[in-house]
Ligand binder design. Structure first.
Ligand code: PLP
Length: 423
């Protein structure tokens, strides 16, 4: 162990996990440099946070400009970067979202979104979808079912949370159509046997399940959810914490569908690494949530908001290149899949791509993933895995990555999977 890790384990609680023992000292664009001077391609982006690349010069300049003026108000006064960030978000928000307020983290945004749904509908029930990830605070972990590890040891969780299936065609060995129809059947049965639609405040859903394994929702599934919600006065909260800010090749995950969400929870890439999150909804719904019934000390920090203003500009500029980068990545990764039986599936949207590693029986292979991960650390690429079985490479480079670096990253993955198969 290095002296750095010795210091770390001496004073940092072990519960906070890190993917590796590296100490990074510099980060620029898609590249990281560790304390020995070695460089790594960053395909982890801090779990889809640095979508604009590390230390993007325009975002850094916007934060610098604000840091010399006002940092913090905590609800005791207003400042321009707060309203400018909200205006920027409204300019790109999916319909019918036309208002925002700011929090600090994704979990906090999800919790606030559910509070908004409960307060304004006067109902308590929350329906979530198996495999979803919504955070780790007591409320948000009650909505999280991406892996049982997040829930173990913390019961009782929040009551009146009902878990319905989400289509996972690859893992179920079904076509998308079959998997969707099975999930919808189970949802109908849940509403018939377990909770009456009139007791449900909201459906809480990720348009593309992230932590749970990079599964895009089938359009037919979201269509029916909207239909059920409309018939019964249920609100739909889209958790866009991971899918937002261009990650899927559109501004929001819901932009790939006809789904009009009533509420969105956003975070992660919103300030390219400064802590910030937000909840968006319509003026109509927010008008039913009176001042003071929810709040925050740090949410909407002035420097984070100034960064967020520039993030919107940078994402707007980067987005037109994402479809081509996505096509390039899918083509290259499918080439890797064709060569290596360990790659069972390549799926996702835009630059939110899951590469699922399996064994000879087609079952999740966490050993392959760990091997590939260590091999890539040697050869210079960082990624963060996902899936309940810890066997999926989360392929989430920055949106501003060059085509050459994208190819370089896929070649390193190809090489690492090849090394696993010929070990
Ligand atoms: C979809 C989704 N929702 C919520 C969260 C929680 O965000 P945070 O870790 O900022 O609390 C995450 C984090 O990974 C996420 O991916």
């Amino acid at each position: 162990m290095s002296e750095f890790i010795d210091r770390f384990v001496d004073v940092v609680a072990p519960v906070i996990g890190f993917d590796n023992g590296l100490e990074m000292v510099e980060a620029r664009g898609a590249w990281l440099t560790d304390a020995t001077g070695k460089q790594y391609l960053d395909f982890g982006t801090g779990i889809s946070v640095t979508n604009c690349g590390h230390n993007h010069p325009r975002i850094v300049a916007a934060a610098h400009e604000q840091i010399d003026r006002v940092w913090h108000g905590g609800g005791t006064f207003r400042y321009d970067s707060y309203v400018s960030a909200a205006e920027q978000l409204v300019s790109v928000a999916p319909e019918p979202i036309d208002m925002f307020f700011f929090m600090n983290s994704g979990a906090e945004a999800v919790e606030a979104a559910v509070k908004l749904a409960r307060h304004t509908t006067g109902r308590q029930g929350v329906v979530v979808f198996r495999g979803g990830f919504h955070g780790r605070t007591m409320g948000s972990v009650s909505y999280t079912t991406s892996s049982v590890k997040y829930r173990t040891g913390y019961h009782p969780l929040l009551p009146s949370v009902f878990v319905a299936p989400f289509p996972h065609p690859f893992r179920e060995g079904l076509s998308e159509e079959e998997s969707t129809s099975r999930a919808l059947h189970e949802l109908r049965e849940t509403l018939r046997h377990v909770v009456a639609p009139g007791d449900i405040a909201c459906f809480l859903i990720e348009p593309v399940q992230g932590e749970g394994g990079y599964y895009p929702a089938p359009a037919a599934f979201l269509d029916e959810l909207r239909d059920v919600a409309d018939r019964h006065g249920i609100l739909i909260i889209a958790d866009e914490v991971q899918t937002g800010f261009g990650r899927t090749g559109a501004w929001w995950g819901v932009d790939h569908y006809d789904l009009r969400p009533d509420i969105i929870a956003i975070g992660k890439a919103i300030a390219n690494g400064l802590p910030l999150s937000a909840v968006g909804s319509s003026k109509d719904l927010f008008g039913k949530w009176p001042p003071g019934v929810h709040g925050t000390t740090f949410g909407g920090n002035a420097v984070a908001c100034a960064a967020a203003v520039e993030v919107v500009n940078v994402v707007n500029q980067a987005l037109p290149s994402v479809p081509a980068l996505s096509e390039q990545a899918f083509a290259a990764l499918r080439g890797v899949q064709a060569k290596h039986p360990t790659v069972g599936d390549v799926r996702g949207l835009g630059l939110m791509i899951g590469v699922e590693l399996v064994n000879g029986e087609g079952l999740p292979d966490a050993n392959a993933l760990e091997f590939v991960r260590s091999h890539l650390l040697e050869t210079g690429l960082i990624f963060h895995p996902c899936g309940p079985d810890h066997n999926i490479i989360r392929f989430i480079p920055p949106l501003v990555i060059s085509a050459d670096d994208l190819d370089r990253g896929v070649a390193l993955i190809d090489d690492a999977v090849g090394a696993w198969e010929s070990r």
